[in-house]
Design a protein around this ligand. Structure first.
Ligand code: GTP
Ligand code: MG
Length: 146
């Protein structure tokens, strides 16, 4: 099963958007398989965003992500989750998306989602230990999928 990794970033937590953001994934029909509130250590933030190491904004990104607690959750389907989240720059994100509705700046774009199934696996393994994910069948499953 495809897995994606969603993080409510520190601005989303500080602004009280955790419930709103989780609710959007729940209402879509994605299955939540793990959840934690977490103050992100610098080394893990660096590992998580290692592909962006050469970017000019890298150190501000690491400062941003480690500035307060984040919520990590595992849900299904990478590409669709990215669509719900919207473009990196919230001013370009479509209305109806999380960033389009709830944010104004790239450096404060409230949520992260894995960009590929491989990264979904990598990031989930990075942030959740074995036994922290829950395999379950939602009661609504037959009403979501034929
Ligand atoms: P994530 O889901 O967080 O990975 O965002 P993304 O996949 O839409 O964008 P990308 O992976 O390219 O960049 C990761 C994060 O770095 C973005 O979500 C922003 O928070 C931050 N970022 C990207 N570009 C810029 C920039 O030009 N300036 C600043 N300040 N931050 C940036
Ligand atoms: Mg990314």
């Amino acid at each position: 099963v495809e897995q994606t990794y969603i993080m409510v970033k520190p601005d989303g937590v500080q602004r009280g958007l955790v419930g709103e953001i989780i609710s959007r994934f729940e209402r879509k029909g994605f299955k939540l398989t793990g959840l934690k509130l977490f103050q992100c250590p610098k080394e893990l933030a660096e590992e998580h965003y290692k592909d962006l190491k050469t970017k000019s904004f890298y150190s501000t990104l690491i400062d941003y992500i480690t500035s307060g607690p984040v919520v990590w959750e595992g849900v299904g389907v990478v590409a669709s989750a990215r669509k719900l989240i919207g473009s990196t720059n919230p001013l370009q994100a479509e209305p109806g998306t999380i960033r389009g509705d709830l944010a104004v700046q790239t450096g404060r774009n409230v949520v992260h989602g894995s960009d590929s199934p491989e990264n979904g696996k990598r990031e989930t393994a990075l942030w959740f230990k074995e036994g922290e994910l829950c395999e379950w069948t939602p009661a609504q499953a037959p009403w979501l999928m034929e």
